[in-house]
Design a protein around this ligand. Sequence first.
Ligand code: UDP
Length: 194
Amino acid sequence: NNKVTILGIPFDNMTRKEFLSVLYKRMEDKEKTFLVTANPEIVMFAKSNEDYFKLLLEADFIAPDGIGVVRAAKTLNTPIKERVPGFELMLGLLELANMEGKRVYFIGAKEDVLNLTIENVKKEWPHIEIAGYHHGYFDHDDPEKIQMVKEANADIVLVAFGFPRQEEWIKKYLNEVEHGIAVGVGGSFDVISG
Ligand code: UDP
């Protein structure tokens, strides 16, 4: 698996399809996985924030989200295969979870947005096992919330707090669990909610 480094961020040079097949295998092998979909905003933020930069280096996979990342790679003469938008990668994971009856936890967004998101998920992907859901407006340092999600025993945890909050929370969460894929999905629930 080759990497392309842009401003110190090691992107995985995989297509969306390749990401999904690797992630599926990790799920089957019960290997816990920290996935980041890094767009140019995230890359620029990491450049000026050392703690966040270090946090990104702890990710198992970093997807090249955004045409700016693809262009930068090309300019550096280390082209990447394709742009992998975070939203589409998330849809791919939901598709996979639907086909395989996997457990998905949804955490983040405002309560009404989240409720609509869950309704739409049930309609669109009826075979997903909804492991649980919780809005994103709580003290993100609260260990009880981590326990709550941990007890739901999810295969996939979608964290929609926006960056850098979502990645900070994912790191703490993954320290406490044995398996599962966790990914920050930014404002995606606002989109799924319609
Ligand atoms: N959000 C949240 N908790 C917070 C702050 C934000 O759940 O403490 C949610 C917000 O409701 C939205 C998502 O995080 O659904 C993304 O927020 P924002 O647009 O601020 O971040 P960005 O998309 O720019 O990363």
